[in-house]
Ligand binder design. Sequence first.
Ligand code: ATP
Length: 486
Amino acid sequence: MANETNIFQELISHCKEYGYIFQSSEIYDGLAAVYDYGQNGAQLKKNIRDEWWKSMTQFHDNIVGIDAAIFMHPTTWKASGHVDNFSDPMIDNKDSNKRYRVDHLLEGFSEDQKALGNDALANEIIQAMDALLATNDFAGLKKLIEDNKIKCAVSKTCNWTDVREFNLMFSTQIGSVAEESETIYLRPETAQGIFVNFLNVQKTGRMKIPFGIAQTGKAFRNEIVARQFIFRMREFEQMEMQFFVRPGTQMEWYSFWKAERKKWHESMGIPAAKLRYHNHVKLAHYADAALDIEFEFPFGWKELEGIHSRTDFDLKQHQEYSKKKIQYFDNDLNPEGKPFGNYVPYVVETSVGLDRLFLTILSLAYVNEHWTKEDGTEDSRVVLKIPAKIAPTKLAILPLVKKDGLPEIARALMEDCKTAFHCFYEEKDAIGKRYRRMDAIGTPFCVTIDHQTKEDNMVTIRYRDNMTQERIPLSSVKQLVLEKIQ
Ligand code: ATP
């Protein structure tokens, strides 16, 4: 684990050094748990988002996409339950004033015990915690912390406050004059923008159940424990899809999406062995089944995506609070030969964090390779083996030297290829150094134009993952790259 932690720290530094991720407002010493994506990061993030959007709205002919606003009428969050329930039990250490999420504090302690070989105690803690959380027994949670003498990482004392709940939503004011302003929230999830548009989309798109509405966009949560880089952020992006189904069929669709989403992650290059399902024991107030698809991050197995069977809770709540009928007329025939008629649809949700998926892909891609060359000397490189189809730059075009007509040939190739995929042109530094820079940002293909090219119109293509090279016709470069990024 210590080694994995080091690799994770290396990855974080690499992200900064190569224009993937910067700390937000870094020149002012940053803002905790808020990050900016740099030139390579923004492109990779967009490519991942595009793959998800395509897989949802293009590969499924019964799913459409929307883009709802971040601001919503405040009653939305009363109806959804977020005003009353979107909170985590927290505890403060009185000596350091440091605040902890109770589940994180106990989980951390349990992991420490496991590392010390105390498996029985580690499991006992988690079981006790789950039972206490399920019944909102805050006094019991505090006692569990105190009985096990769990200390604050900063003050190293056991001097704890009572356990309290803190709402995770950010609020702000809308309206120009103070007296007329109203408190509104920055959405903590994108799902509600879909629910309130259910009828708009169903009617204007003439959608027939079962159908889905997909959306990607920013969400905001005032996370108390904000660490592990972009795993847990205060401003992040979600990719959510709500699938509306006939009541009684939700378990079939839940199983369908459970399998479908895991398959999709595998299609993004994530090995099946690094993914697993985790069924929820304590269900949210709206769910009749829920699971996480977990990934083995460098810091352990953690949630990547949630699949939730949300029943008709959300639509019913919005119906009640808005006093508008939100129903669907199903004219398919039931076993008695009559139309199913009017009902409030049930919902199966798939919800994945774009930033978490980005971290998943980068943590798999990051490799620090060392090898012995034929002449016996040591060599190494840091490479991002990002799947070619989502790599920020697909092709680097490199004239061997800055003269003798080679840049002209390279520029012409660049003009031809850049309308089809993202290319990068560079003529500075030795070729080996340029290859290493391309490895470090994850460019899967490099093409070198040399003096021989002028004679035979052949170029050297170099493959990032195994560093092999071959001569191919200049005229076939574009097609070859296009085939490999499918
Ligand atoms: P967690 O238990 O890790 O806090 P959650 O169960 O609250 O997550 P959901 O509300 O189900 O998460 O949100 C769906 C997805 O959104 C998560 O699977 C995760 O990928 C992503 N997500 C949630 N919170 C954050 C966050 N603070 N930063 C980055 N991604 C997040």
